[in-house]
Design a protein around this ligand. Structure first.
Ligand SMILES: Nc1ncnc2c1ncn2[C@@H]1O[C@H](COP(=O)(O)OP(=O)(O)O)[C@@H](O)[C@H]1O
Ligand SMILES: [Mg+2]
Length: 345
């Protein structure tokens, strides 16, 4: 298994700066996600790790070996492509065997390794099945078996769940995680889905416009986002412009004053405050203001509210466990923005 280090890696295609001066290090055996919106450079980063693209600048190391320009077959990586890229005219077994044939592994060994790889993904005995006769979920597992059969030191997964339905996505991501843990294989997992990244990763990197904005554990990134963009991408959030009245006290639109947990910021400074809907305290005993319900959305497990107080608009959630009466548009609810839950930008 390998440690992986990207050092000032960039990739330009003509005029597009797909990846822009990215540096990070991934530990041996780590499950590391690359999270960001479409077009932010995730796939390009993965393809540079695989050797399908060469960086325009910077270096990539596997352990202490510089692999920046090494060919894919000399890197010992396994990759699962977003659309699986299975060979439709080959059987399941032939698809899985592909990388072993390319490495001139002996025939009897190929057969035993293919059957072991298929067992790892719960597809034992399907060697002779046509790929086209498999469900989407099974095809995804064939692609995973094909990546694992070469016993790679690094596993690269590009949005591996994007073609599956919601229930299968959860099942499949848990399968991937458990195989990854068992094999202890260093894994890069590309996704635009914050829930996938948050639930599975040891650590993750958030990308925007080819740049790596933040690296950390899911908890660090969710709870201590470095920017408004990261906070907004990781889940729902309210943002307010605020003016510091005196250290520890700010004024929100509508001339409402609230406390913040920071005494370092000088009076007169303009700041942005962020708070997640589930951190907004409703029916607060010491409210900052009273909000009027302008929208109620039933989601099954809880209700999402939009509250208004003059020009302030705020999203909050109510779980049914805590809700008393049914909440209706026009209801007024005392609201508090707890200082310890506010993120300051
Ligand atoms: N082969 C290519 N030629 C030209 N532009 C490319 C190529 N591959 C990717 N790009 C561009 O680079 C940017 C990043 O793409 P990509 O890495 O695929 O993003 P993501 O996987 O995060 O959606 C996009 O603007 C994309 O259009
Ligand atoms: Mg992509």
């Amino acid at each position: 298994m390998a440690r992986v280090r990207l050092q000032n890696v960039s990739k330009a295609f003509d005029t597009v700066q797909a990846v822009d001066n990215v540096s990070f290090e991934v530990k041996e055996g780590e499950f590391f996600s690359l999270l960001g919106p479409s077009g932010c450079g995730k796939t390009t980063t993965l393809r540079m790790l695989a050797g399908f693209e060469t960086p325009s600048a910077g270096s990539i190391f596997f352990n202490d070996t510089n692999v920046t320009t090494a060919k894919p077959q000399h890197r010992n990586v396994g990759m699962v492509f977003q659309n699986y890229a299975l060979f439709a005219h080959l059987s399941v077994g032939e698809n899985v065997a592909f990388g072993l044939r390319a490495r001139n592994v002996e025939k009897h060994e190929i057969a035993s390794r293919v059957s072991r790889a298929l067992a790892q993904v719960d597809l034992s005995g399907l060697e002779n099945r046509a790929v086209s006769a498999l469900s989407g979920g099974q095809q995804q597992r064939v692609a995973l078996a094909r990546a694992l059969v070469v016993e790679p030191q690094i596993l690269l997964l590009d949005e591996p769940l994007s073609n599956l339905d919601a229930k299968l996505r959860v099942e499949t991501r848990e399968r991937i995680r458990s195989i990854q843990k068992k094999l202890g294989i260093t894994t890069f997992y590309v996704t635009h889905d914050q829930e996938e990244a948050l639930t599975q990763s040891d650590r993750m990197a958030v990308f925007f416009n080819g740049k790596c904005e933040q690296i950390g554990t899911p908890r660090e990134i969710f709870n201590q986002p470095v920017s408004r963009e990261v906070m907004a991408f990781l889940g729902r959030a309210n943002f307010f412009q605020a003016n510091v009245v005196e250290p520890g006290l700010v004024r929100l639109p509508g001339d409402r004053q609230i406390k913040i947990n920071n005494n370092e910021i000088k009076a007169g400074t303009q700041i942005t405050l962020g708070i997640r809907p589930h951190h907004v305290e409703l029916y607060a005993r010491e409210p900052n203001f009273v909000g009027e319900v302008s929208k109620v959305t039933y989601t099954g497990a809880f209700e999402e509210l939009v509250l208004r107080a003059d020009e302030l608009q705020i999203e909050a959630v109510v779980s049914f466990q805590n809700a008393g009466e049914k909440i209706q548009i026009g209801d007024t609810i005392p609201v508090k923005l707890p200082p310890e839950k506010l993120t300051i930008f």
